[in-house]
Design a protein around this ligand. Structure first.
Ligand SMILES: O=P(O)(O)OC[C@H]1O[C@H](OP(=O)(O)OP(=O)(O)O)[C@H](O)[C@@H]1O
Ligand SMILES: O=c1cc[nH]c(=O)[nH]1
Ligand SMILES: [Mg+2]
Length: 213
């Protein structure tokens, strides 16, 4: 597993505002969108392309286009949905599949409550969107879900990660013969006793969409 922390002053600047308690939901949604587009630029460095012959107004030329099958973008509901538009801005022809997952806030175990994905993901590059990698349980389960269907290359885009979560994820994926990359805006200090990232930004889903019942 590879982790790539995107080191860019614009990313740090937007993330700083995103973290602040006084940032309201509309601003939080806009900053999430902008941050994802910046992270997606790095995350798609190895997106598969093939050569294609074109004709410019001046001369024939050879360029590249996205290979087929097209990449699959998978936002993890609920909070990952706030990252979808920012990702699709860079990969407008990608397909989108959905996974609904929720973490039990007592046990911190993740469970899946919704799934709308192609049955066969053989040979697909998948981009998983989830703003928070805290204990890593949600992302580990999501990645297993995709690789069980045949996905052969996974990149997760997370706004924030905790060191404990990265270590758990790596352990949880042991034996998996599929490359996994995590692209993030920052690796924070630690998790607190409630499994929240410190200093973090709080509950990403609640800050995007209001308090869940
Ligand atoms: O790494 P973990 O410890 O598994 O925690 C991270 C998960 O927790 C949050 O989702 P949450 O369960 O709050 O659902 P929501 O997106 O609907 O708010 C977050 O969006 C991640 O999916
Ligand atoms: O800090 C955290 C941890 C899990 N989920 C969140 O939304 N935030
Ligand atoms: Mg939440």
């Amino acid at each position: 597993m590879r982790t790539h922390v995107v080191d860019h002053p614009l990313v740090s600047h937007k993330l700083t505002t995103l973290r602040q308690s006084e940032t309201d939901s509309p601003t939080f949604r806009r900053l999430t969108d902008e941050l994802v587009t910046l992270l997606a630029y790095e995350a798609t460095r190895e997106v598969r392309v093939e050569t294609t012959d074109i004709v410019t107004p001046v001369a024939p030329a050879t360029g590249v286009k996205l290979s087929t099958p097209k990449p699959l973008v998978v936002p993890i509901l609920r909070a990952g949905l706030g990252m979808l538009d920012g990702m699709m801005r860079l990969l407008p022809t990608a397909e989108v599949g959905f996974l609904g997952m929720v973490r039990n806030e007592e046990t911190l175990e993740a469970s899946t409550y919704a799934e709308r994905l192609p049955e066969d993901l053989s040979g697909r590059q998948c981009y998983v969107l989830d703003p928070m990698l805290a204990t890593g349980g949600t992302l580990a389960a999501a990645i297993r879900f995709l690789t069980d269907r045949g996905a052969d290359d996974i990149t997760a885009i997370c706004l924030l990660v905790a060191p404990e979560g990265l270590a758990n994820l790596e352990a949880g994926l042991e034996g998996l013969d599929v490359p996994v990359t995590v692209v993030t805006a920052a690796q924070d200090e630690r998790l607190n006793e409630k499994g929240y990232i410190v200093p973090g930004l709080g509950d990403a889903g609640d800050r995007l969409y209001g308090v869940a019942q």
